[in-house]
Write a protein of this length. Structure first.
Length: 273
């Protein structure tokens, strides 16, 4: 994911590139709609579970938002629809970017999210994914945030890969800007979540802070629906620049993606315990 204008595949170009990006991914059915997966309320048992050294996240609910979706490119009529993101309207979703040899962002985010969910569940957390496979469409950016809101999540993370000029490398966390009257109370906790995830990701992967955006691996934005709509602690991670050869090699590597997931899990443990 990149800022408007830097996306490799913008929403207006979707129809032209559908054949290039929609075939990659894993699991699910090709007829999935933009409707999000249902979110069951947190059970009393989960809420009352006590953390232990073996299950430090017992009783915690974490939402993981794998950026984009494998079927987005073939459904421009859905993802181009405008949605309200508090301070503006934006397209429902986009196709995402890809490496120079066409490993798509949506497949990367899905893989890391599944790895991370498995680790967090082993640590006792209840984990909710905002999409159920990598061949569907959507959900829209506002709905992804609402999934976390309805679940009363203790923390929410959207996983992305960037599509910046190839000279830039490294990762960064995106924190929400304050939108007065909407997210004032949650922004401080979102910032703390961002710092804990940034520190853990940097230490656990060795990937440097972004050389092209943000400061010390942190960027603050007011234009992302997934953050603007959130009423729970929420941040994004751009785990690397998919257009940079060095970053792309790590992101395409199963071992590299596993290391990213393990590092992010440590960040959640730090934040929630």
């Amino acid at each position: 994911m990149t800022r408007s204008g830097r996306k490799a595949f913008g929403a207006l170009a979707i129809a032209a590139v559908a054949g290039l990006v929609s075939a990659c991914g894993s699991g699910g059915d090709s007829t999935a709609s933009a409707a999000p997966p249902s979110v069951a309320p947190t059970s009393a048992a989960a809420s009352s579970a006590a953390p232990t050294p073996q299950a430090p996240l017992a009783g915690k609910t974490i939402v993981i938002d794998p950026g984009h979706n494998g079927g987005n490119a073939s459904h421009p009529e859905i993802i181009n629809k405008k949605v309200n993101v508090i301070n503006a309207t934006k397209p429902c979703n986009t196709t995402g970017t890809a490496t120079n040899d066409d490993y798509p962002e949506h497949a990367f985010t899905w893989d890391v999210s599944l790895r991370l969910a498995k680790i967090l569940r082993a640590k006792g957390a209840k984990v909710i994914l905002t999409r159920k496979n990598d061949k569907g469409v959507g959900p829209c950016v506002d709905e992804r945030a609402k999934i976390a809101n309805r679940a009363h999540a203790d923390a929410s993370l959207a996983i992305h890969g960037d599509g910046a000029p190839a000279s830039g490398h490294g990762f960064h966390i995106i924190e929400p800007a304050v939108l007065k009257g909407h997210n004032d109370k949650v922004v401080p906790e979102s910032k703390r979540l961002g710092m804990d995830l940034r520190n853990a990701f940097h230490q656990g992967t060795g990937i440097p802070y972004s050389t092209y955006l943000g400061k010390h691996g942190i960027d603050v934005r007011s234009d992302l629906g997934g953050l603007n709509v959130a009423t729970v602690p929420a941040v994004f991670i751009e785990a690397g620049n998919m257009r940079n050869a060095g970053d792309a090699a790590k992101m395409k590597s199963p071992a590299g993606r596993q290391k990213m997931a393990e590092a992010l899990a440590q960040g959640f443990v730090k934040f929630l315990t």
